[in-house]
Design a protein around this ligand. Structure first.
Ligand code: KG4
Ligand code: ZN
Length: 469
């Protein structure tokens, strides 16, 4: 939820320059593995912000039981998530939410699941601790394999469960992921479990945060986020009655910026309130114009990133020269060897096949995070993908916002890769970047002109739109 949510996620403002961070590396099975000869079940717990969510998911993607306690009413009057209130609400609700999920799965107790996963970051530290402590206690009490889950990795990987459970073609690695939530706006290359590269980040606000702030400016209730209310209001707006400039339209990179757009909205709302403008303009017109500019911005960044992915991921059709640069290739096989031998083999097979294969590899764009529930976002990005031969995959809208299924599924992915953690002494991580930064401007081996420096990008972007104030 707006800046509060950004802080809640422990994410610093501006672009992530740290390229040393990575999601949890795949490690040994420190607390054992479930019997993999048959489908196994995982209980997932999510308490990183303002949703107490639990689910039990089977390794074939079937959701056996889910429960969630939302805190919208608690935070509504404060206009944002209040950490202490959120923690207390998690603590009050968690046991019964676990019971509800267990009962929905037709199980008698947590003892009936095969493993336990829990979000340990990034997020509000005192909230994460509630879920983490409960998960550790359950894992120890029932002697179950335990998995620490990265919240953003869970948002990204959920598309693989969604494809599996709906009987669609599986979403194989690598894929491009647009993660648009209340605390994050990132374009990621997902090369495998625990293997992410950040190719675009927001220079200021996350998209969900911008939706929340604009919803407040328009006097809408924000509860657990203003996005749904703003989307509904925008439906009543007249297309073109108001327009806002698309942020960074001239910039050739995959970064995002929403602060200037938000300021433009604020000024328009102010003008309307001062009766300084066209009396016909409504709040709905402004909502529609904001959404249109924001989604156009997503489309432009994605168009750039998809083009680059053709080079970086070997997505280039066979008639065109391309493929991985040596350095990238080396890095990919080193990372694969280190993290997951099976994946390394698969990567090498894929590489040798790509030299002779007549068909290009499938190209996937996963769209995830709370804003991916938005129908305009889904349909316009879907159209963009269709026009470029890219398959868009999004979880069903209710699973785009925070939920227990994504946590259980991320744990399943790690267990399948042979990884579990020791429950004892588990720490939560308020800040936890996902993956290292990759400069798209120079990646892929083609001369793309001068690389954009990420720090100066943040400094100069104000000149290209309406400056935030
Ligand atoms: O993924 P999420 O539940 O929590 C975080 O990880 O941050 O995302 C919540 C964000 C909020 O900012 C909320 O306003 C936004 O997602 N959101 C939407 C919609 N549904 C949720 N934004 C636009 N349209 C929606 N339908
Ligand atoms: Zn989230």
């Amino acid at each position: 939820m707006s800046g509060d949510r950004d802080r809640a996620r422990g994410q610093p403002k501006g672009i992530e320059l740290d390229d040393a961070g990575s999601s949890e590396p795949l490690m040994e099975a420190a607390s054992g593995l479930p019997d993999m000869s048959r489908p196994f079940t995982v209980l997932g717990i999510e308490t990183s912000c303002d949703d107490t969510a639990v689910a039990i998911v089977r390794s074939d993607g079937t959701i056996l039981g889910e429960a969630i306690a939302k805190q919208d009413d608690i935070h509504e009057e404060w206009g944002g998530v209040v950490p202490g209130l959120a923690r207390d609400a998690h603590a009050a609700a968690l046991a019964s939410v676990i019971d509800e999920a267990v009962a929905a799965a037709g199980m008698d107790s947590v003892a009936d699941v095969d493993a336990i996963g829990v979000t340990v970051g990034p997020g509000l530290e005192i909230c994460l601790r509630v879920g983490c402590d409960a998960a550790v206690a359950e894992a120890q009490r029932h002697q179950k394999p335990f998995v620490r889950v990265h919240h953003l990795e869970a948002h990204c990987l959920l598309a693989r469960q969604a494809a599996l459970s709906s009987g669609e073609e599986p979403v194989d690695f690598p894929f491009l992921c647009l993660l648009v939530s209340g605390g994050h706006c990132q374009l990621l290359l997902c090369r495998g479990v625990g293997r992410f590269e950040v190719i675009g980040s927001t220079l200021d606000d996350a998209l969900g945060e911008a939706y929340d702030k604009v919803a407040r400016l328009l006097g809408l209730g924000v509860g657990g986020g203003g996005g749904p209310a703003l989307e509904a209001l925008a439906l009543e707006g007249r297309p073109g009655a108001v327009t806002f400039p698309v942020p960074m339209a001239r910039r050739k990179d995959a970064h995002f910026s929403f602060a200037g757009l938000k300021t433009a909205v604020r000024m328009r709302v102010q003008a309307m309130e001062d009766d300084d403008s066209d009396a016909n303009v409504t709040r709905a017109d402004i909502a529609a114009a904001f959404q249109d500019a924001a989604v156009s911005h997503l489309e432009q960044r994605l168009a750039f990133a998809l083009e680059r992915c053709d080079d970086i991921l070997g997505w280039t059709p066979p008639s065109e020269p391309g493929g991985l640069e040596e350095s990238d290739e080396e890095q990919r096989s080193v990372a694969a060897d280190k993290c997951a031998p099976a994946e390394a083999d698969a990567a090498n097979e894929e590489k040798s096949e790509s030299a002779t294969a007549p068909e290009p590899a499938p190209r996937y764009l996963v769209v995830s995070g709370g804003v991916a529930a938005n129908q305009v976002v889904r349909s316009r990005i879907g159209d963009l993908c269709a026009s470029r031969g890219v398959r868009m995959v999004t979880p069903p809208p209710r699973l785009c916002t925070d939920n227990g299924v994504m946590v259980a599924w991320a744990a399943i992915e790690r267990l399948r890769a042979g990884c579990s953690h020791c429950a004892e002494g588990t720490e939560v991580r308020a800040r936890w970047p996902l993956g290292r930064a990759l400069r798209l401007e120079t990646a892929g081996g083609k001369d793309r002109g001068p690389a954009v420096d990420l720090a100066s990008a943040a400094a100069t972007q104000e000149g290209e739109g309406v400056a935030d104030s």
